[in-house]
Design a protein around this ligand. Structure first.
Ligand SMILES: NC(=O)c1ccc[n+]([C@@H]2O[C@H](COP(=O)([O-])OP(=O)(O)OC[C@H]3O[C@@H](n4cnc5c(N)ncnc54)[C@H](OP(=O)(O)O)[C@@H]3O)[C@@H](O)[C@H]2O)c1
Length: 248
């Protein structure tokens, strides 16, 4: 997949991993459209980028998505890469003591899984018109091995992982390639509660993502996600135990 002269939509492009990807893509002569809920944060991010359009929207809100899709179809008919990066973790899971797990899991499933299905379905007709297109779903290291402190978040990323694999198969005979970006712990605002300062910088995720995009490496296991994946293949039980010894 070419890594310049694309029109790229990045949900959650105003901070963290999404912002780093936006920065690298905009510097490589791609037009980047960033989405976020907080308008001040979004404008501040856009001011640091070239070739950028900022659109204020909440991807878990049906009306916002409807209006976003109409804008994209009318104003960006060449849109050819959709990066589903925005995600939610509704606090730490304590499956023994919490009494609001259903509510937390609902937020996570809505943002990390169902909203992505909706946006993909609405944008696929436009993406399929392009000669070279891609959908990139950002899941996580916990998509195939859950952490007990992130139980319901992990489950939402596992759902996204499963759907992404099936989507890739479904789109085999189209021009749309399907990538999955699986970061390990990354040092962003998102991961503060789970020791994110021990994680890799978001710039490393963006570096590995661009290299994988260029070489059509569809399952992008960033940093030590690859090691955990290999352990999981040799022993799912050992991988599960290893994950519980970590904070995330
Ligand atoms: N950080 C990690 O350790 C880690 C590890 C593995 C995977 N991930 C995944 O990587 C992705 C990005 O995480 P991050 O660490 O970069 O998070 P972050 O630094 O908190 O940035 C999240 C971005 O998404 C936007 N956003 C959040 N909810 C949104 C919504 N409903 N609609 C539109 N925009 C929304 C935020 O802006 P607003 O708040 O203004 O909307 C912000 O731009 C997520 O899917 C996360 O699950 C993160």
């Amino acid at each position: 997949m070419k890594t310049s002269q694309n029109t790229v939509l990045i949900t959650g492009g105003s901070a963290g991993i999404g912002f780093e990807i936006a920065k690298q893509l905009s510097a490589k002569n791609n037009h980047v459209i960033i989405i976020g809920r907080n308008p001040e944060r979004l404008q501040k991010a856009a001011a640091q980028l070239q070739n950028v359009t900022a659109i204020n929207a909440d991807i878990s809100n049906a009306a916002d998505v409807e209006s976003l899709v109409t804008t994209l179809i009318n104003d960006f008919p060449k849109l050819n890469i959709l990066i589903n990066n925005a995600g939610a973790a509704a606090g730490l899971s304590d499956l023994l003591n919490n009494t609001d797990t259903f509510e937390r899991a609902s937020i996570e499933m809505q943002t990390n899984y169902l909203s992505i299905i909706r946006l993909n379905e609405k944008l696929l007709p436009l993406l399929k018109k392009q000669t070279d297109a891609a959908i990139v779903n950002v899941s996580s290291i916990v998509a195939f091995v859950p952490g007990k402190l992130t139980a319901t978040y992990s489950a939402s990323k596992a759902a996204l992982h499963s759907y992404t694999q099936a989507l890739r198969v479904a789109l085999t005979d189209t021009t749309v390639k399907v990538f999955e970006l699986m970061p390990p712990l990354v040092d962003t605002e998102f991961s503060t509660e789970i020791g994110g300062h021990l994680g890799i910088p978001p710039s490393q995720v963006a570096d590995e993502f661009l290299a994988a995009l260029e070489t059509d490496n569809y399952e992008i296991r960033v940093g030590n996600t690859e090691q955990l994946y290999q352990l999981y293949l040799s022993s799912p039980t050992e991988a599960l135990n290893f994950m519980q010894a970590r904070k995330s």
